[in-house]
Design a protein around this ligand. Sequence first.
Ligand code: EPU
Length: 336
Amino acid sequence: MLKLENCSLKDKHTFHMEAKARYWVEFESIDDLCDILRHQTFKGIPMLSVGGGSNLLFTADFPGLLLHSRLRTIELIREEAQSVLVRVGSGVVWDDFVAYAVDKGWSGVENLSGIPGEVGASPVQNIGAYGAEVKDTIALVEALNLETLQMQRFSNADCQFGYRDSIFKHILKNHFVVCYVTYRLSTILNANIRYGDMDRRIREKGGITLQNIRDAVLEIRSEKLPDPSVTGNAGSFFMNPEIQAEQYQRLKKSWPEMPGWALANGRIKVSAAWCIDQAGWKGRSLGNAAVHDRQALVLVNSGNATAADIMALSDRIIHDVKAKFDINLHPEVLFV
Ligand code: EPU
């Protein structure tokens, strides 16, 4: 167990601004985690489980306990006719797991290559990119109940997955720490390469293989998204909003190019990036915060941004998109 007091969070979240946590504790096992939670020092103070910090904005010092998983095993627990079940510790770096799966010839997470963060956040957020969502591979989530200190198992249905959403963001929020995630991956390659020009890129690499899909995704990401180890950011800052079909039809009259995807519920998901871009924000700065010049959905720390700079920029963008399109943007990033 590693326990730090008054710990600087600068290197513990990908926006990289200074903030402090009263306690930062890393656990190596479930027993370790239970010991921490039973400890008198941590009774009655706020608690939050933090992975790679790639979806967080610390708006102030954190007055409580930040828990960080060092459960870092990857176990093959079952081989089935055309799939495998793999149980992964929440502290494994997400992209290390993807690289491992691709290397083993297991398909299902290759489109999610290069997403920053750790395995524990994958079910919470239902991470997604390039036509794939992690929910389609999750068989089981094992999480520790912070009140009872019992491990609880959640099936895929129990997790109530939605777009960047799960039960862990709602009624179970702050009540559980995800410890292990079991993924069902296919031993047969199910290529999902309809996004953008992915098929062209893959053909140029010599055809459809797991490694070529991974390489194409990493290539697209490096062209569009800033590397958080170089430029502080938390990926997409806003979610893609859903609007009524009638509103979308009205907007299309003025902006025929406006991208939109019909959802099963009859509503239309529109592109937040496109709206922000059209509102003139792409590449623009406000104070020390900026909108990335190649992906308008990403807000960046241009050097010495404070959380207040990022929030001021976010507020201006929300205001301008509302004024121009009557669309409400909601942050995907969690403000702590
Ligand atoms: N677009 C613009 N301007 C821009 C960027 C995009 O007009 O600056 C337009 C594009 O032309 C396209 C549409 O917006 O028609 C969608 O763009 P893109 O495919 O880049 O995806 P996105 O909807 O902006 C989502 C995810 C990303 C994920 C990509 C690729 C969310 C909130 N974001 O972005 O996830 O990588 O799709 O699948 O759903 C993240 O969650 O942190 C993240 C980066």
